[in-house]
Design a protein around this ligand. Structure first.
Ligand SMILES: NC(=O)c1ccc[n+]([C@@H]2O[C@H](COP(=O)([O-])OP(=O)(O)OC[C@H]3O[C@@H](n4cnc5c(N)ncnc54)[C@H](OP(=O)(O)O)[C@@H]3O)[C@@H](O)[C@H]2O)c1
Length: 253
């Protein structure tokens, strides 16, 4: 059965829809009636996803996007708005992990993680909110931060810093945009199996990590369906500035 929300007539822009969580979010939003603008750098994957969403009765629009390039962000948001329609929902999801010990980070590698996860998330939110504000339309912006925004993990220092920035950004933007009817929230997932961490769970370290979790398991992208629908639903009108941990208790103990 699963969760549901009435998103008919809404347009959602999903960043990082080429795999993992973003791909799942696009499918779930489309299944619940939203027309979805799916974005990312790997356009061939977007084409496959569009075909599948449309075969299931949904509506999708493809636009390439590199969130490290502010010109690409602005072109994407403007083209989606003008060619597909005004954006009601943003799922600000693009991100990279890049586990590296702090002593091994180069300035270039540091910039890549920060430019994707923090700077990119900021300028995507800014581009969408500017259009919503100019059009006098309310909206829902949900940024996918991470449990690493709150909890630190060895080898993920810069990732954790970038996600802490994305989480704190959420509260700052919620404060500025509340008066425009734009709800800005963030989710902080625990470990969910996707390409960002594939290969980890079969290693000795991965097995040890799972054994340490209270439920001795990692999540699946569909475990976030209900939360992403709640934060995208026009029926949810009393949440903004929330940074929500959704981790199956992985951070406990
Ligand atoms: N899986 C987890 O355990 C977990 C836990 C907490 C938080 N998260 C967060 O969830 C989000 C989605 O990650 P995932 O787990 O679904 O990993 P994933 O399968 O690797 O997906 C990452 C997505 O980000 C996109 N992306 C990366 N760099 C980009 C760029 N420069 N411009 C535009 N898009 C870019 C990728 O698209 P292209 O490569 O096609 O551009 C891809 O669609 C990330 O922000 C991640 O930090 C994941």
């Amino acid at each position: 059965m699963g969760f549901s929300a009435d998103l008919s007539g809404k347009i959602a822009l999903v960043t990082g829809a080429t795999s993992g969580l973003g791909e799942r979010f696009a499918r779930v939003l489309a299944k619940n009636g939203a027309a979805v603008a799916i974005t990312g750098r790997r356009v061939e994957r977007l084409e496959k996803l569009k075909t599948e969403i449309e075969a299931a009765g949904g509506k999708a629009f493809i636009h390439p996007l590199d969130v490290t390039d502010v010109g690409s962000i602005r072109a994407c948001v403007d083209n989606v708005w003008e060619q597909f329609g005004p954006i009601d929902i943003l799922i600000n999801n693009s991100g990279i992990g890049e586990p590296t010990l702090a002593t091994d980070f180069t300035p270039e590698h540091y910039d890549k993680v920060m430019d994707t996860n923090a700077r990119g998330a900021f300028f995507v939110a800014q581009a969408v909110a500017k259009r919503m504000i100019a059009a006098g339309r309310p909206g829902k912006i949900t940024t996918v931060a991470s449990l690493a925004a709150i909890d630190v993990v060895k080898g993920l220092s810069v990732y954790a810093m970038s996600k802490a920035a994305a989480a704190h950004m959420t509260r700052a933007l919620a404060l500025e945009w509340a008066r425009f009817g734009i709800d800005v929230n963030a989710i902080c997932p625990g470990y969910i199996v996707t390409e960002i961490n594939e290969g980890t769970w079969e290693t000795d370290l991965g097995k040890k990590m799972i054994a340490g979790f209270p439920r001795k398991r990692i999540g699946k992208p569909e475990d976030l369906d209900g939360l992403i629908l709640l934060l995208s639903s026009p029926d949810n009108g009393f949440m903004t500035g929330s940074v929500i941990v959704v981790d199956d208790g992985q951070s406990l103990g």
